[in-house]
Design a protein. Structure first.
Length: 137
């Protein structure tokens, strides 16, 4: 009986000693966002807003928010250049434009409301990203 116990303990020690521990895989999205933060000088929240901006806003506003998206030439008036806009300082204003559309603040009705499409958190992230574009020169 004790021989079996010793043999079992010995096999268990060999098994655990020889078994290589593999670190858990990283979180690919979080790793990409952190790399983008470092590269682009964005905060974590702003880097979360960038893909949402790319999906919903960049078609008209352009990838860098300069108002030069692929649909910009069709729009009268053209989309604003976020890198020079003074309105982006007011966080409530930006959030309202995103949620209710630009007509809600007395501007062109061409920018649609995304309040029913995006979650409040996504609207916050896009707001922070747009403000980061305004700070980038």
């Amino acid at each position: 009986m004790t021989t079996r116990l010793v043999l079992a303990l010995l096999l268990m020690a060999i098994w655990t000693g020889c078994r290589r521990t593999v670190p858990p895989p990283g979180e690919p999205m979080a790793d990409a966002l952190r790399a983008e933060e470092k590269e682009g000088g964005l905060t974590y929240s702003a880097s979360l807003g960038k893909p949402v901006f790319a999906q919903y806003c960049a078609t008209c506003h352009g990838d860098a928010g300069k108002g030069d998206g692929q649909n910009a030439y069709n729009l009268v008036p053209p989309p604003p250049d976020f890198t020079t806009s003074k309105n982006l300082v007011d966080e409530a204003y930006v959030r309202r434009v995103i949620a209710e559309g630009s007509a809600a603040v007395g501007r062109s009705p061409l920018s649609p409301p995304y309040g029913h499409t995006l979650s409040p958190q996504e609207i916050d992230y896009v707001t922070i990203y747009c403000q980061a574009l305004a700070r980038k020169k």
